[in-house]
Design a protein. Structure first.
Length: 257
């Protein structure tokens, strides 16, 4: 399909999605979100793809949901059109998604990054939930996910004041996994994605599902879930290959079985 608001490429076993509305700092309008969902569904269904990277431009990962598109809505139309709900398609993806963030990741842009499995930030990245300045609150999970990432005090301050966090603060508070120089961002994100895509895909998917459980259930249920997945993995040829390769002092050749 032809995309107008994103660019979609395959780099070996990695799916790369670049948000591409430069004139609006990649503001997430409904067309862009729909295209993103379609591209992600495509990569999820493509057995040659083992990991996905979502990135933006040097200036903005995404400066939020599209304010100009949202401005005319009233409650009934926001409810009926299911405004914001299409963002959920990102978290439905079962393969890992890395957000490679440079510049602004604000409002829905910050929420989109948090919907990914981890965030690699350029040293230019700026995160924030400025919705309060527009007379609304975050609507794509920001009040919930930011709080889980950085704790109540910092999340509350950011949501109530709309202030931005730079890359250093974002790393210190656990929002991003690491910071890289802006010029190296895409290369570093693709390197991490390549590494993941070389592992056994079902094992990678189960690892992702298990970590996600930590956010969705109690500790004892999560540990029980993890143990069952761990035991089930002994049914895969890849477990035997991985452990045999270790004992034979060679690299494993995972066949994703
Ligand atoms: N929606 C629509 N258009 C946007 C936009 C957004 N979120 N962010 C930027 N743009 C547009 C601007 O209107 C401008 O367009 P024009 O040239 O046609 O005027 C263009 O992008 C460039 O932006 P600026 O001139 O403002 O660039 P700047 O460098 O001076 O400032 C900025 C950058 C600080 C990010 C500023 O653009 C800004 O504050 N943007 C809005 C950020 C925001 O409030 N995001 C939250 C949106 S609400 C939301 O996301 C709800 C939710 O939870 C899902």
């Amino acid at each position: 399909m032809g995309y107008e608001n994103i660019r979609v490429e395959k780099r070996g076993k990695v799916g790369l999605i670049t948000l591409d509305r430069p004139k609006a700092l990649n503001a997430l309008n409904s067309a862009l979100i729909a295209e993103l969902g379609t591209a992600l569904d495509g990569f999820d269904a493509d057995e040659r793809i083992g990991c996905v990277v979502i990135t933006g431009s040097e200036k903005a990962f995404a400066a939020g949901a599209d304010i100009k598109e949202m401005q005319p809505h009233n409650f009934a139309s926001a409810y009926q059109t299911d405004l914001i709900t299409p963002f959920d398609r990102v978290s439905r993806n079962r393969k890992p998604i890395i957000a490679a963030v440079a510049g602004y990741a604000l409002g829905g842009g910050c929420e989109l990054a948090m919907l990914c499995d981890f965030i690699i930030a350029a040293d230019t990245a700026k995160f924030g939930q400025p919705e309060i300045t527009l007379g609304v609150i975050p609507g794509a999970g920001g009040t919930q996910r930011l709080t889980r990432f950085v704790g109540k005090s910092k999340a509350m301050e950011m949501v109530l004041t709309g202030r931005m966090m730079d890359a250093e603060e974002a790393e210190r508070s656990g929002l991003v996994s690491r910071i890289v120089p802006a010029d190296d961002l895409l290369e570093e994100a693709l390197k991490a994605a390549d590494k993941i895509a070389d592992f056994s895909l079902p094992v990678v998917m189960m690892a992702k599902e298990s970590v996600d459980r930590a956010y969705e259930t109690t500790l004892s249920e999560g540990v029980r879930f993890e143990r069952r997945v761990f035991q089930a993995l002994f049914a895969l040829e890849d477990q035997n290959e991985g452990m045999t390769a270790f004992t034979e002092k060679r690299s494993p050749d995972f066949r994703n079985k």
